[in-house]
Design a protein around this ligand. Structure first.
Ligand code: ADP
Ligand code: MG
Length: 702
């Protein structure tokens, strides 16, 4: 149960004065949390941080105030000059002076009574706003703030500016956040005093106060101590919860898997190539993990085409040598079949039996596979989600490999592990996740990287071409086909509609068929499994030479002699996806090219994405660029928080804190694995504050 100490922060925002359902709905658009089904709370408001400030500390006096500057002036009111009756286009003017000169405060469509009350003649007031000089006369149009001299303290000299959404004024948001700040309870500090001191962190409540009530513009900088403190807290909450999950998984400890290397050798001998240095290295790391009694949780990260599959196969061979079974899960049916096609002949040469299980295996095939898994006569199974089904029982599953992991959720990853007695886990991803994100997403998961590609690969030439000039391409493709090459033609990504996606692919298929005849094939997600297989087979074997496809071929598909990929409406794809798609070519010894067809005019971000694609093939660089471009807010709308999965922490500013937080989390749990100590109790508060309550549930009672 959540400690009641936190109640004020978990109260709905509608408990704040002036926040009805309408304002609440607007506020929910700007808070950084991914609210999902829940409503915004006071704590969400507090994590809505200002992205800049208006500095009102400049008090130069009227004569010294520059055109356009934001200034604060202390004035004596001299007279009011309402507009002539019936002429609303003339503004209401209030004349005032200080020691240096006279100024006109100007109001359009003013309420005379209100202004008279706010600025009685003869009174001293403080006003703040933008200075304007016209023909040597100073004025200020609609000052941002007007306060009597006695109430000048209420005027924010350094005014935080929050992300806004249409219909929600800065004034309203500031007032509401001001109330939220007053509700911050006093909390025991969960940070190690030494860490806090070293980093110069204020306390959590002070950090929030400083960000919402800054005394100097630098106070709200993401690089300043207040924001860094919150970022650290958020990282620490994340690292702690990941470590708790991991500890929970590891508690079900695995068993050592070793073997005599005979099966592995047989497979190596059957390979038409030898492994790259980095494949060897990754395999050695994996085998070392397998040999440990602790469970393996390892991520194998390698750019598209770097050859992850064979590493997985050799690891599975080791599992079988140790007397167990191994499963390889693929995110799509096409990919599962492709994996089986690669693996089965090699496995067979080594005397192993491999089988496939997807949603399509029915009837006798399916029951014989199920029986083989249950009695252990099948050593390696390749499959899709179908592997999670209840009827699937293994005799002894010791290694689960998950391919293209980003397609699977955490639940699914865990579901496969339930099929064995704490099987070792190898997760493969082609998305080159930057190191920092690996840490945030997987915590302490060990990582092996394939850093080199198999020898003999040539760079892929990437060009961009406006859609209107598609004709040019047709000529080029005829030549390529005449020369015996193969072409992927990817149809546009159409948001949210399978229907339209398929139509556009079918239309493109028709026009290309008209142009090139029977050598054109088609594959899309709505086709029956057998039709998809047939399309892939025909393309692989060269009966078709152009394969029109939707993004079903995005991940993993391996037709090494395909040399051209055309991507229509490339501007609609994200960088990661473009990189994945491009990775379908350049997998053999021949030179390949990628043609990005785009529709003019391109937006700024789309332009940048396409030029990144032209400039580099390095998946690592591309994913960092992707992160930056997303960080610039395109995908996250008005949300300020640039780093996916985080509310206040921003990788581009706070990456250094991430590793400190990881080490801190490790240390904490090694001393107090169930967070029972006084500090442990305080850390539980932290987990709640950052929405990591699921981790609290993993703690043993107490
Ligand atoms: P990915 O890492 O994208 O999953 P794959 O495992 O599909 O890559 O491998 C891509 C291609 O490279 C396949 O055709 C595979 O047979 C080939 N390959 C893998 N390792 C090597 C190697 N060491 N030398 C040459 N070719 C290799
Ligand atoms: Mg792959």
């Amino acid at each position: 149960m959540r400690p009641s100490l936190l109640d004020p922060l978990f109260a709905p925002i509608t408990s704040l004065e002036g926040v009805g359902p309408k304002v609440a709905a607007l506020i929910e658009k700007v808070v950084p949390a991914d609210l999902g089904e829940r409503r915004a709370r006071v704590g969400d408001l507090l994590f809505t941080l200002p992205h800049q400030v208006i500095d009102r500390r400049n008090r130069p006096g009227i004569a010294g105030a520059a055109q356009g500057a934001i200034v604060t002036l202390e004035l004596r009111i001299d007279r009011h000059q309402p507009p002539p009756r019936g002429n609303r286009s003339v503004p209401y003017r209030v004349f005032a002076h200080d020691d240096t000169g006279e100024i006109a405060l100007t109001f359009f469509h003013a309420h005379a009574a209100y202004l008279e009350k706010q600025m009685p003649v003869g009174e001293h007031v403080v006003v703040s706003g933008r200075m304007e000089w016209f023909n040597g006369r100073p004025s200020m149009v609609h000052p941002d703030h007007i306060a009597p001299l006695s109430g000048a303290d209420s005027l924010p000299l350094v005014e935080p500016v929050y992300p806004l959404t249409a219909g929600l004024s800065g004034k309203v948001l500031r007032r509401v956040i001001g109330q939220a700040v007053e509700r911050i309870p006093s909390l025991p500090d969960w940070l190690d005093a030494a860490v806090a001191r070293k980093q110069g962190f204020p306390s959590f409540p002070d950090a929030l106060r400083k960000l919402h009530d800054p005394q100097a513009p630098l106070d709200v900088s993401p690089e300043a101590s207040a924001w860094r403190r919150l970022a650290y807290d958020e990282f620490l909450a994340g690292q702690l919860s990941l470590a708790l999950v991991r500890a929970n998984v590891k508690r079900l400890s695995g068993r050592p898997l070793t073997g005599d290397g005979k099966i592995e050798d047989a497979i190596r001998k059957a390979l038409p190539y030898s492994l790259t240095g980095s494949q060897e290295f990754a395999l050695a790391e994996i085998n070392a993990d397998l040999a440990e009694p602790e469970r393996m949780l390892r991520l194998l990260q390698g750019d598209v085409g770097s050859g992850k599959t064979v590493v997985a196969l050799l690891a599975m061979a080791r599992a079988v040598e140790a007397g167990g079974q191994a499963a390889l899960m693929a995110p799509t049916e096409i990919l599962a079949r492709q994996h089986l096609a690669t693996i089965a002949p090699l496995a067979e040469r080594a005397g192993l039996k491999a089988a496939i299980l997807t949603g399509r295996e029915k009837g006798r095939d399916r029951s014989s596979t199920l029986a083989g898994l249950a009695d252990g006569s099948i050593d390696i199974v390749v499959g899709t989600h179908a592997l999670f089904q209840e009827q699937v029982v293994f005799r002894d599953l010791v290694l689960a490999v998950v391919d293209e992991q980003h397609r699977f959720g955490v639940h699914q990853r865990l579901a496969i592990t339930a099929k064995g007695d704490a099987p070792d886990m190898l997760v493969m991803t082609a998305t080159p996740i930057p190191r920092t994100l690996v840490l945030t997403a997987f915590g302490d998961m060990d990582v092996s990287r394939l850093t080199e590609k198999p020898a003999g690969r040539q760079p892929i030439k990437t060009v961009t071409l406006p859609l209107e000039r598609m004709d040019q391409l047709v000529g080029r493709i005829s030549e390529a086909i005449a020369d015996g090459q193969k072409v992927y033609w990817i149809c546009p990504l159409v948001e949210d509609s399978d229907e339209i996606k398929v139509t556009s692919a079918e239309e493109r298929f028709a026009t290309l068929k008209h142009e090139f005849g029977d050598v054109v094939g088609l594959v899309h997600g709505r086709m029956k499994g057998a039709e998809k297989d047939e399309a892939m087979r025909a393309f692989k074997e060269g009966e078709t030479r152009i394969l029109v496809a939707t993004t079903v071929i995005e991940v993993g598909v391996d037709v090494p002699d395909a040399t051209i990929i055309v991507i229509e409406h490339a501007e609609r794809f994200g960088l990661a996806q473009l990189h994945q798609l491009r990775g379908r070519v350049g997998r053999g010894a021949k030179a390949s090219s990628c043609v990005l067809l785009y529709k003019d005019p391109l937006g700024e971000t789309a332009k940048r994405r396409l030029s990144v694609m032209r400039e580099t093939e390095d998946g690592f660089v591309i994913s960092e660029e992707d992160l930056k471009l997303r960080g610039e807010g395109e995908l996250l709308g008005t949300r300020q928080s640039g780093t996916p999965g985080f509310q206040v922490a921003r990788i581009e500013f706070h990456a250094d804190l991430l590793e400190v937080a990881r080490d801190d989390a490790r240390l904490i749990l090694s001393r107090d694995p169930d967070l029972k100590s006084e500090r442990g109790q305080a850390l539980r508060l932290l987990l709640y504050l950052f929405g990591r309550d699921e981790a609290v549930r993993l703690l043993r009672a107490g």
